[in-house]
Design a protein around this ligand. Structure first.
Ligand code: GDD
Ligand code: MN
Length: 394
């Protein structure tokens, strides 16, 4: 086990003899924490003030802290009328997203509310989120900064506002159907019915848990409640520039989850590989190398480029089946087999049709790429039979 339930059960709740999650309409608040010792006391105090006793509530912190956050929570929990527990993870797998998914998997209640510990998410909205879900029959209720009445007041600086806006547009552009009715897919504040979550399907990467949840679980009915993103009560944001990269990787992984999408992704990456290939070819031929030798070398630039992108964007979760050296070897072998076909083609275009080296290479790249793509589709993805002959297109 890589984690502790710390302490192993509900803390200091005199009435916690029966499991708090048995009654209908129960709510588990899942709150990820990473070094939030200066915030958790105030958070629990405001939750105490905001959250009614009925239906029963419980708070589950999923903690990856290296400071004394769990101890501070334990002390503050003594004053709480609802059960509070801390799941302290020894290895912080998946960061914020991984923590939230673990919390969701543990929650047995009807509703799960996910919120941050730094008071940027107003605690008084918790009952409203669940209430809106009960009223409308929604499976998911998102606290949105982009509804009338909501705003991003606490998002520090024009830069972060722009990044957040751009990320939202990108996500909405890539998932127009999945994100219909969700104006703020980047929100970290939402309520979801447990029945709408298929825990095993969630593999979040980094901060964007809601995006993961909506795209993978596709909760049918969605509702939204406006909220004003507050200033942090204490401490600093834990999100970094690296989170931005993770977000793009996350988008790519979500977008290429189906076989057709994977193929298109494979094709797009292959296309993008033309650029380093042609660039290397230009450099090498200008340095005086004979063009066929330059082709062979320049192809390796494209191979490396394609390999890195395919590894990080497309087959990220299938990498562990083989050692990386094995994967490099196989990938390079296939890609250069492609080159074996390409070289005679280029020689043909240059020698017979008098094309320049660059246009001939570009044409040959396109030709062999289409062939490789068609072969992949026909051999891997299409059913056998007469229809398999129609392989191009889509
Ligand atoms: N368990 C755990 N592990 N919790 C973490 C980790 C981690 O690795 N990293 C951050 N957290 C916790 C923080 O302690 C805090 O309670 C919450 O996750 C949000 O972290 P912040 O660092 O405050 O994030 P933010 O304010 O930059 O981003 C928030 O707002 C964004 C909208 O602009 C988050 O809610 C994002 O999900 C949201 O997209
Ligand atoms: Mn925050």
């Amino acid at each position: 086990m890589s984690e502790d339930l710390w302490p192993p059960h509900a803390l200091d709740d005199p009435e916690a003899d029966a499991p708090s999650v048995a009654a209908a309409g129960t709510v588990t608040l899942v709150i990820p924490t990473f070094n939030e010792s200066a915030n958790v006391r105030e958070l629990l105090a405001r939750l105490r003030a905001a959250v009614p006793d009925r239906p029963p509530r419980e708070v589950l912190f999923v903690d990856d802290s290296t400071d004394d956050t769990p101890a501070v929570i334990e002390k503050a929990a003594a004053d709480c009328p609802f059960p509070v527990s801390v799941l302290h993870r020894r290895s912080p797998a998946g960061g914020l997203g991984g923590a939230v998914v673990e919390g969701i998997a543990r929650a047995g209640s009807d509703w799960i509310v996910v919120m941050d510990a730094d008071l940027q998410h107003p605690p008084h909205l918790v009952p409203e989120l669940v209430g809106e879900g009960e009223r409308t029959g929604a499976d998911l209720v998102v606290a949105s900064r982009y509804l009338p009445g909501g705003s991003r007041a606490g998002l520090a600086g024009g830069y972060r506002v722009a990044v957040s806006r751009g990320a939202t547009w990108l996500a909405k552009g890539l998932f127009p159907r999945a994100l219909r009715g969700v104006s703020d897919p980047m929100s970290g504040f939402f309520a979801v019915r447990r029945t709408a979550v298929t825990g095993a399907a969630l593999r979040p990467l980094g901060y964007k848990v809601l995006l993961e949840l909506v795209v993978r679980c596709r909760p049918e009915r969605r509702a939204e409640v406006p909220f004003v993103f507050q200033d942090r009560f204490a401490g600093e944001s834990k999100s970094t520039a690296r989170e931005g990269m993770r977000f793009l990787t996350h988008l790519a992984a979500l977008r290429s989850a189906g076989p057709l999408a994977r193929m298109i992704g494979f094709g797009l990456i292959g296309l993008s590989g033309f650029a380093p290939n042609l660039l290397a070819l230009w450099l090498l031929t200008h340095a005086g190398m004979q063009y066929l030798a330059a082709e062979v070398l320049a192809n390796q630039a494209g191979v490396v480029w394609n390999f890195l992108l395919i590894e990080t964007l497309l087959f990220r979760d299938r990498r562990r089946h083989r050692h990386w050296a094995d994967r490099v070897g196989r990938f390079a072998l296939l890609a250069n087999a492609d080159l074996l076909l390409r070289i005679p083609l280029i020689a043909l275009f240059v020698g017979r049709f008098g094309l320049g080296v660059l246009p001939a290479t570009a044409l040959a790249l396109v030709t062999t790429f289409v062939l490789r793509f068609a072969a992949t589709e026909a051999l891997v993805y299409l059913p056998r039979g007469p229809r398999a002959a129609r392989t191009t297109g889509s």
